[in-house]
Design a protein around this ligand. Structure first.
Ligand code: FAD
Length: 389
């Protein structure tokens, strides 16, 4: 039942859903607007139950081999002197560059039809299926449609209404770009703050390049989320007058980088992730924002559960979609609690920065981080889904 399934988006959520649907015997098609899976992004955590998911996909060893191997985080002052340092070595949970994870997922996903360079334009549901209009290709008919098309999901807009009804602005904007690795300490994340602003450098142990990132506090700004030149102007305006640390070197490189990635620290909150034969997975359904550090984890676990519930219900979406939501929502709500992370990374005042640095120097914090890492590995095991009758 419902074997032909369209997935919009070839990010972590879309590729993982496609992998598990194909493995369970469905016939997924993935349509991705970009010419191929998008390579960009910083390090992302594969943690707790997400480790189970990638292990069951047979890629945990390859993820560990490609892991970023970041061992410390430090906060620096305007003259590049470390004012606090946190040791993060010895984490059992791998952090991997987003682009490397996407490439690995694509590599192991078999039995899937890919359509790159196209996107969903319109959806019409009826009792037997969904007719999908594409931006370029001819209309096609599918049994089910899954929107894995990210924070600014078109599938969500078509099936659930305008973006403004579901997306909450988190008070900040962020950008990632490639950077000169020689500017950063090996296997270290370096961060520099001004009130409401943060510039950082992520230097993984497995890459010749490093990633620069910029975060700034702001009320909502009206801009086209697909206009990269406009994004660059916004980041330039926010950091143009900053003379401290290496901000101007990083900014100049970022503004010339075609992989520049910018968005709001927004969250998606929806009462239901499904409407008839259409459902959502990943950032489209529940974006917790990069400040959560949980985008990859939520997408991997959610995709596994969605495909699993479909096979367990023999493809009956009326049973599978509510079960998928019930099984995953608690984790989503937990990961959407990002307030402390934002206050730690981007304090709003000089006093806030000083307090953060003082706390980061406390041995107590290191002990608490070790306890948290230990607790994280004790997440409940995910169910093994088998075909229902
Ligand atoms: C280029 C990039 C870089 C990122 N970098 C980071 C990072 O450094 N740190 C972090 O925490 N998070 C990052 N994210 C977000 C992170 O990937 C997600 O939070 C998480 O992995 C869940 O991913 P997702 O598959 O739900 O959505 P996404 O990763 O956003 O993937 C959605 C995909 O859908 C495609 N798409 C969009 N609209 C359509 C359409 N109408 N039709 C077809 N395809 C469409 C997009 O091109 C994209 O490939 C990044 C996302 C992208 C796209």
């Amino acid at each position: 039942m419902n074997a032909q399934i369209l997935i919009a988006g070839a990010g972590i959520g879309g590729l993982t859903t496609a992998y598990w649907l194909a493995r369970h015997g469905f016939r997924p098609t993935v349509v991705e607007r970009a010419p191929g899976p998008r390579p960009g992004g910083n390090g992302v955590d594969v943690r707790e139950q997400a480790i189970d998911v990638v292990d069951r996909m047979g890629i945990l060893t390859r993820i560990r081999a490609a892991a970023a191997d970041v061992r410390s985080m430090k906060f620096v002052d305007a003259r590049n002197r470390a004012v606090a340092r946190l040791d993060v070595a010895g984490a059992t949970e791998p952090e991997i560059m987003r682009g490397d994870l996407v490439a690995l997922l694509r590599d192991v996903t078999e039995g899937v039809e890919y359509v790159f360079g196209d996107g969903v334009r319109d959806l019409t549901q009826d009792a037997d299926g969904v007719t999908v209009a594409f931006e370029h290709g001819p209309d096609r008919r599918f049994d089910l449609v899954i929107g894995a098309d990210g924070l600014h999901s078109t599938v969500r807009r078509l099936a659930f209404g305008p973006e403004a009804d579901h997306v909450t602005h988190g008070g900040h904007y962020f950008a990632f770009a490639n950077a000169d690795a020689s500017l950063g300490e090996d296997r270290c994340v370096t961060m520099f703050n001004r009130p409401g602003h943060m510039a950082g450098l992520y230097r993984s142990g497995n890459h010749l390049q490093a990633k620069a990132y910029f975060i700034f506090r702001s009320a909502p700004i009206a801009y086209d989320h697909r206009d990269v030149a406009a994004h660059k102007r916004l980041v330039h305006a926010a950091f143009a007058h900053e003379t401290g640390w290496r901000v101007q070197e990083l900014l100049a490189a970022a503004l010339g980088d075609p992989d520049f990635y910018f968005d709001a620290v927004s969250q998606v909150r929806m009462d239901s992730w499904s409407a008839g034969r259409v459902t959502l997975v990943g950032d489209a359904a529940w974006c917790a924002s990069p400040a959560s550090g949980a985008g990859a984890e939520l997408a991997l676990v959610g995709a596994y559960r969605l495909a699993g519930e479909l096979v367990a219900a023999s493809g009956d979406h009326r049973i599978a979609f509510p079960r998928y939501q019930d099984s995953h929502r608690a984790l989503v709500l937990k990961r959407q609690q990002i307030g402390p992370n934002v206050r730690l990374m981007v304090p709003g005042t000089r006093t806030g920065i000083a307090v953060r640095n003082a706390v980061a120097r406390l041995p107590l914090l290191r002990a608490a981080a070790a306890v948290e890492r230990r607790y994280r590995t004790q997440a409940p095991t995910l169910p093994e889904y088998t075909p229902g009758v």
